[in-house]
Design a protein. Structure first.
Length: 149
């Protein structure tokens, strides 16, 4: 798809990646806001479920585009170093999503269910913070590489 529209320079690919990454951050914010509405009973379970479905679809589409960028960096520009950085962000983002989902499930279960995850939730929150820091470090490295292009 990207090759069809003529995007093939490493800098152009990385600029597209950063735009997709910004979109992913915005989607996470929407997910968090929707979850807070659900926890505060300002949104129904059905409304929250619809949000989760929309977010899942958006994340899948972004992931596919980023995988294409990663492949083009490897094959068309011979910049395996940049592809590896993009792949590293992707890997951390997968961890972030999995941790976010687990955290939301445990927070909801603690509030609405019969099980209390009071000890697990702070650990998950710390894990999430560590993952975000790892993502930011990789993005900083990527921005340094972009400045050299």
């Amino acid at each position: 798809m990207l090759a069809q529209v003529g995007i093939s320079a490493p800098l152009d690919l990385l600029l597209l990646f950063t735009n997709l990454q910004a979109a992913r951050v915005a989607i996470f914010k929407d997910l968090d806001a929707g979850f807070d509405l659900y926890l505060n009973k300002e949104a129904s379970a059905d409304e929250y479920q619809k949000l989760v479905q929309a977010v899942t679809k958006s994340f899948a589409n972004i992931s596919l585009e980023i995988q294409e960028i990663q492949k083009m960096l490897e094959t068309e520009t011979q910049r395996e170093d940049l592809a590896k950085l993009v792949g590293g962000v992707q890997q951390e983002e997968r961890k972030k999503l999995a941790t976010t989902v687990k955290l939301q499930i445990e927070r909801a279960e603690s509030q609405f269910g019969e099980r209390d995850f009071a000890t697990e939730i702070p650990e998950l929150e710390q894990n999430l913070k560590n993952i975000v820091e790892a993502i930011n470090e990789k993005l900083e490295e990527l921005h340094c590489e972009m400045a050299e292009l």
